[in-house]
Design a protein around this ligand. Structure first.
Ligand SMILES: NC(=O)c1ccc[n+]([C@@H]2O[C@H](COP(=O)([O-])OP(=O)(O)OC[C@H]3O[C@@H](n4cnc5c(N)ncnc54)[C@H](O)[C@@H]3O)[C@@H](O)[C@H]2O)c1
Ligand SMILES: [Zn+2]
Length: 363
């Protein structure tokens, strides 16, 4: 049996990873964010599964569990308005706090509600997807989508604490688990070769049984949190170093957009990492063989690694160009030089790559 681990000591708030932690949520929440009253923000999938357990542990009335419909379509100003109105109607005061119980959609939305409600009340993140545990719950980026794009309105707002119960991943769909694997592999690629190798080695056992994966799963989650925390704690507002987290995301976002979001973020980032690793290779910044190591790790995790035939190079480049990472007319990429290390340490952690090279990879 795995044990409780408080990780990421370099963050200003505690992150505890513990299988079964949900039942102890009350102790954790009251310690990190003492409040007169708590509201639980969750979604229509997670609420019925885990809402009562957390509510009972913290002592939250069933009425104060606020559930949005599950899915990205709920990460809107409309949901923000509904949640804030519900809190106001229930007379939640400045001495209250929010518990965000769910995946990245709930975490981003509930965090943004907390950042703005009565000019800011504390939020505790209890992430329930692998992606939320290792990525979105760490770093303090909160916000909502608008018709112009994802995450267009938001804030940097740090939680008071993050509580991770890896056992809840038992009910998560395999497709969602894979999205988390894509980001975990990314963390290894950008920062830690040994971690990358351990993730590659652990994925089959985790896919086989989350329940029996034990320490393998805890190690994967803890290792990723340590890497992300190490990066964001040194660059809270994305001045420089934090850009390394964008590896795979320039091409990945374009794939997501061109698929009209029918390809999930994790799948798109997997395709994006495969393409950008090849771009690094052709641009001459990568060690020989790196691109193939990355491709085969992603494919081994059951993730897609080829650009859909419907997406041609011109349209990809057009969309990538609008993705705000353009300097002097050339797109800036966050590229690895080898597994565990990023290129561009002397140029703000990005590399300018001519469209001709990118076009060659995309066709
Ligand atoms: N803030 C950041 O730094 C950051 C980083 C990465 C991603 N994000 C955001 O995160 C969001 C994606 O998050 P996500 O992938 O967690 O998606 P999600 O929150 O939509 O969750 C995916 C699905 O899994 C369900 N679910 C969640 N936990 C479950 C569980 N334990 N058992 C069964 N079902 C469960 C949800 O109801 C949902 O249907 C995007 O909006 C993205 O922009 C934010
Ligand atoms: Zn991502």
């Amino acid at each position: 049996m795995s044990s409780s681990r408080t990780v990421a000591a370099n963050l200003p708030y505690p992150v505890t990873v513990e299988p079964g932690a949900l039942a102890l949520a009350g102790d954790f929440v009251r310690k990190v964010a003492p409040a007169f009253r708590y509201a639980i923000v969750t979604d229509s999938h997670v609420g019925p599964l885990y809402g009562t357990k957390v509510a009972e542990s913290v002592g939250v009335s069933h009425n104060d569990i606020l559930a949005i419909p599950a899915g990205e379509a709920s990460k809107t100003r409309g949901s923000w308005g509904w949640l804030t109105d519900e809190l106001l109607a229930r007379k939640f005061g400045r001495d209250s706090a929010i518990i965000a119980l769910g995946g990245g959609v709930v975490g981003d939305l509930a965090g943004f509600v907390a950042a703005t409600y009565l000019r800011g009340i504390p939020v505790v993140q209890i992430p329930t997807t692998l992606l939320a545990m290792i990525d979105s719950a760490i770093g303090g980026k909160v916000g909502v989508d608008t018709p112009s794009g994802k995450n267009m309105v938001g804030a940097f707002y740090q939680p008071k604490g993050v509580l991770v119960d890896t056992q809840v991943l038992d009910t998560l769909q395999l497709k969602e688990l894979r999205t988390g694997f894509a980001e975990a592999l990314k963390h290894g690629i950008i920062a830690d070769r040994r971690y990358f190798e351990s993730v590659v080695g652990s994925i089959p056992a985790i896919v086989y049984s989350v329940r029996d994966a034990g320490d393998r799963l805890s190690d994967l989650v803890v290792g990723s949190i340590e890497i992300k925390a190490g990066i964001v704690s040194r660059d809270e507002h994305e001045g420089g170093l934090r850009k390394v987290l964008n590896f795979g995301h320039t091409a990945g976002h374009a794939v997501e957009i061109l698929s009209n979001f029918t390809i999930s973020h994790g799948e798109a980032v997997s395709i994006g990492m495969t393409l950008e690793a090849k771009i690094a290779d052709l641009a001459g910044v990568a060690e020989k063989g790196m691109a193939e190591t990355i491709r085969s790790a992603l494919a081994g995790a059951g993730l897609p690694v080829t650009l859909p035939k419907t997406m041609d190079a011109d349209r990809m480049l057009e969309v990538m160009r609008t993705d705000k990472k353009v300097r002097g007319g050339t797109i800036q990429y966050s590229l690895p030089s080898t597994i565990g290390r990023m290129a561009g340490s002397d140029s703000g952690w990005t590399v300018s790559v001519a469209d001709a090279i990118v076009r060659e990879v995309l066709t």
